[in-house]
Structures are given as C-alpha cells and as structure tokens.
Design a protein around this ligand. Structure first.
Ligand SMILES: *Cc1c(COP(=O)(O)O)cnc(C)c1O
Length: 414
C-alpha cells in the first residue's frame, strides 16, 4: 500500500477503510467471498500490463509467452475441475460470459426462456433492463410459490408452448438443488440449447456438493468470485462442438484484450480448487448454511423453499412487520452485511422487497463453523425482531466485533 499511499492517499484511505470493514463485520452476502492472498497477489501483478488479444499460441501481440503459460494453466485446471471439453477463461464477468454464449448461438430476436429475476434469476437471463431482454424475445419461468422450488412440469409445458432457442438455468437466489438433468431433458425435448449459469454454486459443483450441469448442458457459465473464491471474473465451459464459436464470441465478439492479471489469478484460484481443503471448505459452506436455516426456522422465521441445499437461505418477510430494506439496514447497523431480496410472488418494489438473502461462503472462509453460524443466526433473529431497539442493537454489535476478532481474515494486511 505504500505506493498507493504516496501517489493517491485518498484511494489508500478507501482501501484501508474497506479492509477494516471486511475484517470487522460479518459478511453474509451470498454472492461474496474473500479471495486468498495468493489470488490477490496474482491479480495485483505485472500481468495487468500486457495486451494479449487472441488465445494461447495465436495472439495478436508479441511478448505473450507468459500470458500463454498462465492461460493454459487456467485451462488445464478448469477442465480438470469441471470435467468439460472446452473452456474460455477470458470473460470479464458472469454477465459477459452469458453475453458471449448468446452471441455464439442466437440471432437478435431469437427466443430465450430464463428464470424470472424476482423468482431467483439474474438480470442477464433476459431482464428488460439488460441487453439480454432488449436484444432477444424473452419469456420467464417462475418457481412454485407454495414450495419455492422450480416447477419442472410447468417449465416443460411453457417450453413446449414458447419453443425457445435457448433455456437458461441457474440462479442468484435459489436455496434448493437445481435438477440440471431434468432441465437438460426439457431443453432436448424442445430442441433448445441449454445454458446452465452456475455463477453462485460453481464452488459447490467443483467440490461435488451440488450436481454438475456439465453433462446436461451445451454451455455452462460461471463467475469465479462467488463460491469459487477466485478473482472477480467469468468463465465459459462447453463441448468441443461449440468451442470456436464461443471463443470468437468472447474475442473479438464482445471483448477486446483479456484481463491477464485476472486470468493469472483464475489459474491460482483453480489450483486452490483442486485441493482437498477446498472440498472440505465447500462442504462446510453447506453445513453452515443448513445450520443457519435450522436456527432461523427454530426462531420462527419463514424460509423460501423451507430450507436450503446450498450456500444460502432466503428469508420470507411477507408475514412480518418489516421489509427487506429495513432488515438489511438494521443488520448493517450491527455489522452484519446481507442483501434485501425479492421473494417469489413479491409485491414490494425491488428497492424495498419482502426478503433477505443470507449466505455462508464468506464466513466459512474465515473459519467459522456451525457453532458460530448458529450464534450469528440468533443475533440476526434478535435484530430483525427489534429493529428499532438501539440498545439491543449496540449489544449485538459488540458480539459481532468479538466474533470477528476470534476469526481474523487478513492478519497480515495493514
Ligand atoms: C452473479 C451472477 C452473474 C453475473 O455476474 P457478474 O460478474 O456480476 O456479471 C450471472 N449469473 C448469475 C446467476 C449470477 O448470480
């Protein structure tokens, strides 16, 4: 930090402030995690200096020997982890990865069937505010409002009626296992491509904690920074059949030069993901998430889908006296970071909502186990039942600080 300090002290202040915030709060946003020092070292390296448009062995710039080395390492490791035939590690983000897949097989006006955002889907699955909703003809499928689970039969019927060119599966706020085999069959029946977006659950899939979509999808996209715990970025897996179309859709189709410092950090992340420790980590995420769900239910809260199979729970606040926004703010007051989230059948606006999404990946990275998560769940419950009680909240804030001190995050960072 000494160099940032000298050149741009206000930026240094902000970075120190963020370090402090991450260290001294309980991070429970389900899409967030803490990258290792190794990942951040690679991401903060000289690899950021190099233009490497193209792919290993066929670049548009000279001097790419080491770029080829890291990108090939990232390839080998990703293919080993996910068991796919082809991978592209250049997408700048999860959204860019989806964009490239659409560009590779769809024409503007073609039909996308994707999960509705308010039911757990993602903007890039055809939301009208996103390019995917503007360029393509989109229908959304919903979850069953009673069970909170994907209505596979309903989806099949809808697919037969709508006749989509691609079915997009995967979600941002869905607490239950996704049956990718069933979804793959539906896509086959209607002769649509199947894109499985595992942005949230990639780490679980890598470790065998969630069924893999790779055998059941034509394309699998992901981010690398959520449960996978790597640098902020995206990735596409597919069969050899689609390899060259996907590669040209990423570059030159939707991107210019790859972020090679991020590609290097992805290669580091994938090395981590090949270890037994990583598998144990993913298994602890799920155990912790189950403990969170159990404790919140014991405390009387309603969960969408009645529990969890993965790294997150979705609390349904519709029968409570608070909104998602109020819940998020009250928890922020005590140092617990979550996000307000729509629930299936939502009647509030997206800036208010009737739910909160709570995830365990980041706290599990800090080393917390079920005992700590149960403690945190009780703190959450206490705050949500007493959002206006400042004295109670200040007591909870003290407990949050104690817990953070017990599980240091980046002990060697200033
Ligand atoms: C997070 C997420 C993405 C997008 O990731 P960005 O890197 O923020 O663009 C795409 N799809 C799903 C399902 C996600 O949860």
């Amino acid at each position: 930090m000494k160099h940032v300090e000298e050149t741009a002290p206000q930026v240094a202040d902000a970075i120190r402030g963020e370090t402090h915030r991450e260290e001294n709060g309980l991070e429970m946003i389900a899409s967030e995690n803490f990258a290792s020092r190794a990942v951040m070292e690679a991401q903060g390296s000289v690899m950021t200096n190099k233009y490497a448009e193209g792919y290993p062995g066929e670049r548009y710039y000279g001097g790419c020997k080491f770029m080829d080395e890291v990108e090939e390492l990232a390839h080998e490791r990703a293919l080993d982890i996910f068991g796919a035939e082809h991978v592209n590690v250049q997408p700048h983000s999860g959204t860019q990865a989806n964009m490239a897949v659409y560009l590779s097989v769809l024409d503007p006006g073609d039909r996308i069937l994707g999960m509705d955002l308010t039911h757990g889907g993602h903007l890039s699955h055809g939301h009208p505010a996103n390019f995917s909703g503007k360029l393509y003809d989109v229908e959304h499928y919903l979850v069953d409002e009673e069970t909170g689970r994907i209505d596979y039969d309903g989806l099949a019927e809808q697919a037969h009626r709508f006749d989509p060119d691609i079915i997009v599966t995967g979600a941002s706020a869905y607490p239950r296992e996704i049956e990718f085999d069933r979804l793959g069959e539906i896509a086959d029946e209607v002769d649509a491509y199947h894109l499985a977006d595992i942005a949230h659950i990639a780490g679980l899939v890598a470790a065998g904690e969630h069924v893999s979509p790779v055998p059941h999808a034509d394309f699998v996209t992901t981010t690398t920074h959520k449960t996978l715990r790597g640098p902020r970025g995206g990735m596409i897996l597919c069969d050899d059949e689609h390899a060259s179309d996907v590669d040209s859709a990423v570059f030159p189709g939707t991107q210019g030069g790859p972020l090679m410092h991020v590609v290097a950090a992805k290669a580091v992340c994938f090395a981590e993901a090949q270890t037994d420790e990583f598998d144990e980590y993913q298994s602890s995420i799920v155990e912790n998430s189950r403990a969170l769900a159990r404790t919140l239910e014991d405390e009387g809260w309603t969960l969408v889908g009645d529990g969890t199979d993965n790294h997150l729970v979705l609390v349904d606040l519709r029968d409570e006296s608070i909104t998602g926004k109020e819940a998020e703010e009250a928890l922020e007051d005590v140092g617990i970071t979550v996000n307000k989230n729509t629930v299936p059948g939502e009647e509030e606006s997206p800036t208010v909502t009737s739910g909160v999404r709570i995830g365990t990946p980041a706290l599990t990275t800090r080393g917390m186990g079920t005992e700590e998560i149960e403690r945190v769940a009780r703190l959450i419950s206490r705050v949500l039942s007493n959002t206006d009680d400042e004295e109670l909240k200040s007591g909870v804030a003290d407990e949050v600080r104690t817990l953070c001190d017990e599980f240091p995050l980046y002990p060697d960072l200033p």
